[in-house]
Design a protein around this ligand. Structure first.
Ligand SMILES: Cc1ncc(COP(=O)(O)O)c(C=O)c1O
Length: 443
């Protein structure tokens, strides 16, 4: 994600405005104060503008390579036609919905209805936002596992929902911890459920841990959802990036779960096109139809030419062996980064999915008088570590405590998130630079 424009908004509201000061005449809505919408977010702190010009960006989770040529060509072709430059149906272009049906139908083990069970949205983000609009009453609680994708928080609070945080617990005492070692305490999860709980968000494969939730974990979550009548938001935007012999289990496919689950996908992740803002939701008509009503009044429809291009992507992906090839490429990228950390002798969380590695930065020590900017003061230790690494080693990463509530932030403070959705040369270069960390490691 890029930097947040709202970070620039003046925060002094109406009170205290000096006479003749016309810079802040109109008070903004108080909802902006919730959900950290006005706080300076990590994306704007560890932004290229603040870091050395030659810093290698492994912080932000977008690719430094283009979408596949054949998908780009389809976009160009769509731009050269008249109809595909105009409004689409709010449900999404029929060609794309058909392509989603054919691509995902077998994965859900059902014939998806393009009219009532598929909804194209402006990225996964807007799809998720529209679900909150459609389903949250003021005060409804939404459970999210920490660390959580930061966009969930304002999306919930803008819609008068109340976030409830349940941390994944790293049981990572061994030498070679993996994302699977981050576990749910099911008693804690059960305690977090109240009569106001409406939804639970399950992100698998997980950003930023890389965890691929096991069937057993998902079955337990499903049982709780059934017991308490919860809507499940299955954020599966990294479903094509599951490594080794790990199995991506769709919670929607577990017995009785289809009717209460909305599954979220992103063409941005699948086709290295995060700026295209095309995503989609799959679920039962009882969830998709209210969400359609919401999205229609938010964006009306998603951009048309790129929907056509994504349709071509899905239509041709199988025949081209695209998903398998892409997965192999990401496995190679993961290996470059993790072997670099191995050489350094640093501990990290080996991800089973998605494109992030959490590096344990508790052994990194900087000089006591190192000059840090105000923006990282008073935040977790990881904020300083990421700043120090970016300035001295010239590789940027993201502090993981950002993805926690205040109460739980110490769990994340030991980690920096490195994204490996970058080309091989960039990653090799970054790994060479990261060897420079050796002189700052004290075990
Ligand atoms: C877990 C998760 N969900 C949703 C999104 C949003 O995806 P999109 O770019 O399609 O809106 C992201 C993007 O980083 C993500 O990491």
């Amino acid at each position: 994600m890029s930097s947040s424009p709202v970070a620039q908004v003046h925060t002094n509201g109406t009170n205290g405005i000096k006479k003749n000061d016309r810079s802040n005449l109109i008070p903004y809505a108080s909802r902006l104060k919730d959900g950290r919408a006005l706080a300076q977010d990590v994306w704007s702190i560890y932004n290229a503008a603040n870091l050395p010009a030659d810093c290698i960006n492994l912080g932000q989770g977008y690719m430094n390579f283009a979408p596949p040529v054949w998908v780009k060509e389809a976009a160009e072709e769509a731009l050269n036609q008249v109809q595909t430059n105009h409004y689409s149906h709010p449900k999404g272009r029929l060609r794309l919905r058909e392509a989603i049906k054919n691509f995902y139908g077998p994965q859900f083990g059902r014939e998806l209805d393009v009219e009532s069970e598929i909804l194209v949205t402006s990225g996964a983000n807007e799809g998720q936002y529209s679900v909150f609009v459609a389903f949250l009453e003021p005060g409804d609680e939404v459970i999210m596992f920490e660390p959580f994708f930061d966009q969930y928080l304002p999306s919930v609070t803008f819609n008068s929902g109340v976030p409830v945080y349940v941390p994944l617990h790293p049981q990572t005492s061994g030498d070679k911890p993996t994302s699977n070692d981050w576990v749910i305490d099911f008693d804690e999860l059960r305690r977090a459920i109240t009569p106001r709980t409406k939804m639970i968000i399950v992100n698998t494969p997980h950003n930023p841990v890389g965890k691929v939730f096991t069937r057993e974990e998902l079955e337990k979550i499903a049982a709780l959802a059934e017991e308490h009548n919860l809507l499940v938001m299955a954020d599966e935007v990294y479903d094509s990036l599951v490594f080794g012999d790990k199995e991506h289990v769709r919670i929607a496919n577990l017995p009785g779960m289809w009717e209460r689950t909305v599954t979220v996908s992103s063409a941005g992740k699948l086709f290295a096109a995060t700026g295209w803002r095309v995503g989609w939701l799959v679920g039962p008509p009882s969830i998709i139809q209210p969400t359609l009503a919401a999205t229609t009044r938010i964006v009306f429809c998603t951009n048309s030419p790129l929907q056509e291009a994504v349709a071509v992507g899905l239509e041709q992906a199988k025949a081209r062996g695209f998903v398998d090839q892409q997965r192999r490429e990401y496995e190679e990228r993961r290996a470059i980064l993790t072997e670099g950390f191995d050489r350094l002798g640093m501990k990290y969380i080996m991800p089973d999915g998605s494109y992030f590695v959490l590096l344990d930065i508790s052994s990194v020590h900087w000089p006591e008088d190192y000059p840090f900017p105000q923006s990282v003061e008073g935040r977790g230790r990881d904020f300083k570590a990421c700043w120090f690494i970016a300035m001295e080693i010239r590789v940027s990463s993201i502090p993981v405590s950002e993805f926690y509530c205040e109460e739980h932030r110490t769990i994340g403070e030991s980690y920096a998130r490195f994204a490996f959705c970058k080309d091989v040369d960039t990653l090799k270069h970054a790994v060479e630079r990261l060897q420079g960390l050796r002189k700052y490691i004290k075990n």
